[in-house]
Write a protein that binds this ligand. Sequence first.
Ligand code: BES
Ligand code: MN
Ligand code: ZN
Length: 509
Amino acid sequence: MNVQVTAGKLADLKTEALALGFLEGDMELAGPKAEADEISGGLIAKVLASGDFKGKANQVLVLHTPDKAIKRFALVGLGKAADLSLDKMRNGGGKGTSSLRDLGVKDVAVLIPGPSHAKTDLGKDWPALAQAVAEGALLSLWSMHDYRTKERDELKAVESVTFVTEDAGAKAQLESAVGVARVLAESITETRNLVMHPSNVVTATRMAEEAVRIGKEVGLEVTILEKADMEKLGMGGVLGVNQGSVEPPKFIIMTHNGGEKGEAPIAVIGKGITFDTGGISIKPGEGMEKMKYDMAGGAATIGIMRAIAKLGVKRNVVGLVPATDNMPSGTAIKPGDILTSYNGQTVEVLNTDAEGRLVLMDAIAYAVKDLKAQAIIDMATLTGACVIALGMEAIGVLGNNQPLVDRILACGEKTGDRGWQLPLWKEYNELLKSDIADMKNIGGREAGTITAACFLNRFTDNTPWVHLDIAGTAWTEREKPYRPKGPTGVPVRMVVELLSNWEPVSNKA
Ligand code: BES
Ligand code: MN
Ligand code: ZN
């Protein structure tokens, strides 16, 4: 997609359609909106006076002005000034462009009035506001049609988006804000596509190939550990989960050297289960097809690494994705089997469907042992319990370091990838006691999200660590303007925000 930024008179703008936002009840046509009204021949003013459009959140009214220089105007509601947030701005940007896309418009522009027209407190950080609008606009246009062979000419896609402000003095700020939004949107597109493809296409091998391709495109070092390498290293978790499969496992390592030489890296780890049948502890058939998204954490890792490389984040960051499917077969692991993790701990597998933690334990141990990471962030569609507890709105957040948890929660609020903390108290550890090994891989029905995190914490060796359970948020059936149905790309924006403003954390917290 072609993305542009312009600043200056709207009369000079060449576009098929222009989207412009209105706060609820604020129908004033000043500055650039007055210019837009003039181009529309006064139609915008007449429609606003009619009361048909009130600016309620996500309300859209498209005006047709076939005889004018701009053929369509999309009036987009942003809701009440008091409720305004960056996420409302994302929704506004998304609603404007996606509504025009649905009409078949190929070339759209989005008005972002300059800093002097910002009407709420949100306008004090104008670049953040502009970035949010641009993120929403670009993210809303994602769709994937790779598997449609019929009526392809009826598919609608925007080819060009122009972000425009009337304030020539704000052009540089707008360019950089749109630049960041664009990197995020393109990286999230990679993540969403990886998640959307079915598991017969995105195998562990294909995930590794995509990581290599993206690494080349943006300048990341990418290393793939093969099955034989993992056997040599003793990664009993990944190998155990892979044991029932005919697809070879891959351990993807993506390295961004943005920081000082010798500075300990931050490890970003994503669960890469390309399909989760449950294994011998097989899942019920209904809804099982959705388990292609069990690699969403891994796909987010790849998206995050792409984004930070493109943004030139000045830190050393290593992305790790243990990738395999979880299959039942004559060679699969069985309940009661005992696996040994990369750092030598034994795990009694009482349920082969609790496989995510088994691949993550090796990756976390690798981050501690081999990378000597200064901090670890892991992302995983880890527990159904998280979907029950928090639904599709909040990422489950747990960690061993409260300042780091607080920071990631704040990044969630800012970026719209919102999280909510659950306790990681020592008491819950009791539930993981095994009669035969160092631990078992399930804690029973109660507090499933917490016991899963307790399990992971046994491999962190007190390295500051935060775990993001994205089982409820990585995929959505309830769309938002900038989050169409399907893979959401959560938590790419949240983690990129954290890494972009990284400060060392003490491990004493
Ligand atoms: N991938 C699932 C978790 C999941 C469930 C993700 C629903 C997205 C939507 C995970 O591997 C799993 O099966 N977890 C089990 C753990 C249990 C056996 C302790 C679960 O949540 O039921
Ligand atoms: Mn499972
Ligand atoms: Zn799983």
